[in-house]
Design a protein around this ligand. Structure first.
Ligand code: DC
Length: 216
């Protein structure tokens, strides 16, 4: 028996899951966990050890500390790629399951990731899948990183970013262990033509409807 609702926010890279999940958690008074940070921290530790992140990395996942997740160097493209590689390993995923489930045990939680509604909490009270076209996601990530869309090399940089995001999505969706996919009972929100406020409004509308229905 959990102490509050679990809200799963899944979707591909740079779709706006983090922004949405943080705001949802604030609006509903729930704790928030960015589960991508777990995999990023494991990938970072593998890189620090001079190890190819595609090689067995469960020892890093088993020894993960809160401080590893609070590092300031987890948001780089090389760490994102390393995270995707360690995340394909069943033993790494298995080592991180309890941490995610325990996080929500006391009060419930909002968690964002790739497999929250399918593998970590298949019984989540609310499941959202947030997505957008690769071009939209690349532009958002480019601007977030301080990129100038009017610069001479902007088109090349955007194309490279779109390719990197698409390659990571393909890897995350095609791995054998808990691949990224839309849960049968998830509400899909396409965010190409929506701003963050509109995405939050739609997510809150759906979440409240589900939470009321589950109490009835
Ligand atoms: O959400 P993110 O970009 O920070 O995630 C980094 C990588 O971690 C992503 O490419 C795949 C992996 N990941 C995962 O496999 N399962 C999760 N629940 C969260 C992230």
């Amino acid at each position: 028996m959990r102490g509050g609702p679990v809200i799963a926010v899944d979707g591909p890279a740079a779709a706006g899951k983090g922004t949405l999940a943080r705001r949802l958690a604030e609006a509903l008074g729930l704790p928030y966990l960015d589960t991508g940070l777990l995999y990023r921290a494991v990938g970072r530790l593998a890189l620090d050890a001079g190890q190819d992140p595609a090689q067995p990395a469960e020892k890093f996942a088993q020894a993960l500390t809160p401080a590893d997740m609070q590092r300031k160097d987890l948001r780089t493209p090389d760490v994102a790629l390393a995270a995707s590689k360690v995340a394909a390993q069943p033993a790494v995923r298995a080592a991180l399951v309890d941490t995610q489930r325990r996080f929500a045990a006391e009060q419930g939680a909002v968690l964002d990731g790739r497999d929250i509604g399918t593998a970590i909490f298949p019984d989540a009270d609310v499941k959202l899948f947030i997505t957008a076209s690769p071009a939209t996601r690349a532009l958002r990530r480019f601007l977030q990183n301080g990129g100038d869309a009017t610069a001479a090399d902007a088109q090349t940089l955007l194309r490279d970013m779109e390719e990197a995001l698409s390659a990571r999505d393909r890897a995350d969706a095609s791995r054998d262990s808990a691949p990224m996919c839309v849960a049968d009972d998830a509400h899909v929100i396409e965010t190409d033509t929506l701003d963050a406020q509109a995405v939050l409004a739609e997510a809150l509308r759906f979440a409240r409807e589900r939470l009321v229905a589950s109490r009835a």
